[in-house]
Ligand binder design. Structure first.
Ligand SMILES: [Zn+2]
Ligand SMILES: [Zn+2]
Length: 233
């Protein structure tokens, strides 16, 4: 509730922190204290970014050790916790599109610092036609656009299609979630670059990313990364 009020203030006063509405010297974004207090991920699975206990020496989580997902690596910035969950919900459900550049700017900043090669193409997770119509925009497309601009990587939409309207994953049991997404995506491109990245707002079970990565590899990509703002779990 406090966040909600502060969010409204932040929207009314651009140039102020999106969370606490204090003045930010660098324009709209997060002030330094809010940035420092954000739930940044630290020790995570190298493959799926699942948070691991600090005491765990493994680089992979139990699930990735048992069965590797179709994607090769994941970059995630935050735990899906307050206040990040709140920002993402405002972007998605309240249509506050200004939050997109803030979050994707932070993601691009993180990725710009890395040593390994960047992908050649960004692929936002597609929404089904009917959901896109209902919401009016795809938050993943918004994120990919900004990340692509900042890192100078082509981002595409319409290259992957969501075949059917799947049930919201949150309403299903673990097994049903997996089946719900089976063959959910079709890749329409004739030729994909070898190295691509999927972009989404949140990774929860990883089933969506896994299913899309499977489709992309089936269409010729050999390395598929996943880039998300937040990781639940
Ligand atoms: Zn702040
Ligand atoms: Zn993992």
């Amino acid at each position: 509730m406090v966040y909600k009020l502060k969010g409204i203030l932040a929207a009314l006063f651009p140039g102020r922190c999106r969370l606490c509405s204090s003045r930010t010297p660098t324009g709209p974004g997060l002030c330094l204290p809010c940035r420092n207090e954000a739930p940044w991920l630290a020790h995570v699975c190298a493959r799926c970014s699942l948070p691991l206990p600090a005491s765990c020496d493994d680089s992979l989580c139990g699930r990735c050790q048992k069965q590797a997902p179709a994607f090769d690596a994941t970059t995630a910035l935050f735990h899906y916790r307050p206040p990040v969950d709140y920002l993402i919900k405002r972007l998605k459900f309240a249509g506050e599109l200004a939050i997109g550049p803030l979050l994707s700017g932070l993601l691009a900043q993180r990725l710009a610092d890395r040593d390994s090669a960047l992908p050649e193409l960004l692929i936002p997770v597609p929404l089904h036609r009917s959901r896109l119509q209902q919401r009016g925009f795809n938050q993943s497309t918004e994120l990919a656009r900004v990340v692509g601009q900042q890192l100078e990587i082509r981002s595409t939409h319409g290259l992957c299609l969501r075949n059917r309207k799947t049930e919201p994953q949150s309403l299903l049991t673990h097994n049903a979630r997996r089946l719900n997404l089976r063959n959910a995506f079709t890749v329409t491109a004739e030729k994909l670059p070898a190295h691509v990245a999927i972009i989404d707002d949140v990774m929860t079970t990883g089933h969506t990313a896994n299913e899309l990565a499977r489709a992309l590899k089936g269409a010729g990509a050999s390395k598929v990364e996943v880039w998300v703002i937040a990781r639940a779990g």
